[in-house]
Design a protein. Structure first.
Length: 410
């Protein structure tokens, strides 16, 4: 009896006890579906993290003011602006690994066009910010150097702001009012999407730094040319730690911070922050996948149990087959093929169930899902391997039965 004939006999045997076969496959179905679903969600989360890192910028470090004290009380971070445009310029000049060092100010602003208005975030920038954040201007142009130096009343609109104010109409060259100050739109920024915290990165407008300080956000009375943050883009990801240390040393020297005094600034690696959250998600998904894998083992044990029952029920059949010339190897192959067929069918049904669950969950909840077909194939192959592993003992027991005793069995 060849493998094909053994498969046909196995299918007939499984159809004879259809309900029992379905219940036996249930453990494999649940296990395969759970594993594939968890891996798909984990891969989707990882892809979203990669997109978040790309949206943040290329190898980005964010330098912000640190804590300040008022009569011994520790105030919130950034309550006193200590970083300046000159700090940013010094970092770029003295650390060759830095591609861009962008001093930035942030605030809130009301944007008005005709009878339409929109409340959004305004950022005062220079063109290094576009480089550091890896942002693309899809319509129009970035600021010209003279516009940045002179504090011209020009503005770049984020995608969300442009759509809310202008819809499908032409944007570049239009006039908008920011806090009742007229500005000319020079360009529209490409979409960045949401951060992991749900903040819309496209709900923003950008103006030259001098313009923001002089007309929209205001001056810092404590430090001239103060900024809220310096965005630093590093040429190579492997240099991030080294650049972090160099920035710390240079800023401590520039701000004349004594050795026994803590930094007046903070440096955060944005990619590491996102990766930390991603690692938590990956560990959680791995734990869930491990728990789901237990279902495969339990399903395999169930299949072995049912196959042992099947061997007992079909003892006379085994005796008849041996009496008409079937070899022990043929009996072994027959029952082993039955176990593998049972597990493979269960794996196939589990794959279909996983696809329905994964994409159904993505549609309902909006969670990212990335179904990797190599994982699907591996799951089916693994389920077949479970059939071989857990089906071998019942098949061997059937093959080793004495034909005469088997024929006498009632």
């Amino acid at each position: 009896m060849n493998i094909l004939e053994s498969m046909l006999v196995a299918i007939v045997a499984l159809r004879t006890n259809l309900m029992r076969s379905l219940l036996t496959m249930l453990g494999i179905i649940i296990g395969v579906a759970a594993v594939i679903t968890m891996v798909a969600m984990g891969s989707g989360a990882q892809q979203e993290v990669d997109q978040q890192i790309a949206a943040l910028g290329t190898n980005l470090l964010m330098v912000t003011p640190g804590y300040s004290r008022n009569h011994g009380a520790r105030m919130a971070a950034g309550t006193r602006l200590r970083l300046t445009e000159d700090d940013a310029r010094m970092l770029k000049e003295q650390i060759p690994e830095i591609v861009a060092a962008a001093p930035t100010m942030r605030g809130s602003v009301q944007v008005v066009v005709g009878n339409t208005n929109w409340s959004t975030t305004v950022q005062g920038i220079d063109n290094d910010y576009i480089v550091a954040r890896n942002w693309v201007v899809t319509e129009g142009r970035v600021f010209e150097p003279r516009e940045v130096r002179s504090g011209a009343k020009v503005v770049l609109l984020g995608r969300t702001v442009a759509e809310e104010l202008f819809g499908e109409a032409r944007v570049v060259g239009q006039s908008v009012r920011l806090n009742n100050v007229p500005f000319r739109v020079t360009g529209v920024l490409g979409p960045k999407g949401q951060t992991m915290s749900g903040q819309d990165q496209d709900d923003v407008v950008m103006v030259p730094l001098a313009t923001a300080r002089g007309r929209l956000i205001g001056h810092s009375r404590a430090v001239a040319k103060a900024v809220h943050v310096i965005m630093v883009s590093v040429a190579d990801a492997e240099m991030m730690d080294d650049v972090h240390q160099q920035i710390t040393q240079l800023l401590r020297q520039r701000h004349r911070i004594r050795d026994d005094v803590e930094n007046s600034f903070r440096i955060r690696n944005m990619s590491e922050m996102v990766e930390t959250r991603a690692e938590t998600s990956r560990v959680f998904n791995m734990l869930l996948a491990a728990v789901a894998s237990v279902s495969l083992v339990v399903g395999g044990i169930g299949i072995m149990n049912i196959m042992l029952v099947s061997v007992t029920e079909r003892t006379r059949e085994i005796g008849l087959r041996r009496a008409v010339g079937a070899r022990a190897r043929d009996i072994l192959t027959q029952f082993l093929v039955e176990a593998v067929t049972l597990c493979t069918l269960g794996g196939a049904v589990g794959v279909l169930l996983a696809i329905l669950i994964a994409y159904g969950t993505a549609e309902i909840t909006g969670w990212p899902v990335a179904l990797e077909w190599q994982v699907v194939v591996l799951a089916v192959v693994f389920s077949a391997a479970i059939g071989v592993f857990f089906g071998f003992y019942p098949a061997r027991k059937a093959a080793n039965q004495n034909p005469i005793e088997a024929l006498r069995y009632e």
